[in-house]
Design a protein around this ligand. Sequence first.
Ligand code: ATP
Ligand code: LTN
Length: 332
Amino acid sequence: MSQKRVLSGIQPTSDSFHLGNYLGAVKQWVELQDSHDAYYCIVDLHAMTVETDPKLMRKRTLTSAAQLLAFGISPEKATLFVQSQVPAHNQLGWVMECLTGFGEASRMTQFKDKSQKSGADTTRVGLFTYPMLMAADILLYQTNLVPVGEDQRQHIELTRDIAERFNSKYGKTFVIPEGYILKEGAKIFDIQDPTAKMSKSAGSGAGLIEIMDTPEANLKKIKSAVTDAGREVKFDAKEKPGISNLLSIHSALSGKSIKSLELEFDGKGYGDFKTSVAEVVVEYLRPIRSKALELLEDEPYLLTILHDGAQKASSVADKTLEQTYKNLGLVL
Ligand code: ATP
Ligand code: LTN
């Protein structure tokens, strides 16, 4: 197959994905599956880097699969699988750890932020080695493109550095991947605190738009989103972070450009604009939530898709792992 390869991953760390996950990543996954050989992975091993409950882990992994399918990931077009079902991820992960400098890993800002928040005693070693496992996820599939949000840029840079280092030391083994990070939508902000990224693990929840939340709850949340001084609906990330965030969200979901939205709401107040954002978001998410709930009723179907996906993924990943081991001089 001459199509370029795409791979990305998402953590099953919550009962629902949020609008940032969708606009920053999953929307691009759906688009790219038509033109690329696509691999999408629910990264349960990454989710273990924070405290986990076995019942929740299982439920959230299945809910993640249901949401991805509801958003339009098609098992006929893309390979959808669970990371822990493909053991090569752990195996190459170790190799990646042995190629990464301690100082290099210590510079990862996501680790610094998250470990600072939880303190040294509760920070797991797995959180530190997380980017090396992510590098393995990507390199195992000879990936060309990695669609992610802005917060993953540094991890992709690290992956490229490790791959280049390996190739020059042990012979060409890995394709050097590139991030696919959009200009708009790559960073969606909390709608109560538009200076912070919308996040499953941070914030109060009032600023988080969740896919699996009821339409009524999301309508209410958006209508009470924080706005800025003044009354003009205008994109200005510095002076008007709240309105700019809502403009990005509206534009990404309605397909209207930010310029045309500014014109449409010229002379109208923030209230009218927020009502329009709320309607666009709620109507966009309504069928997706219903579809995901319907899929969750049929667990055997979800498991079959994931098992088939894991088999297909393994056949690609095992080849790369074998070549890596060979190039390292391991006895096979
Ligand atoms: P957490 O908030 O707990 O760190 P998360 O919400 O970032 O988790 P992940 O599974 O780590 O969820 O991310 C999945 C994808 O969503 C990644 O590609 C990430 O870059 C993207 N993403 C996450 N939050 C946002 C956001 N606020 N805006 C745009 N993209 C985002
Ligand atoms: N670290 C990513 C999730 C992730 C990922 C990947 C993304 C794990 N492995 C491989 C792209 C490719 C995050 O979103 N927090």
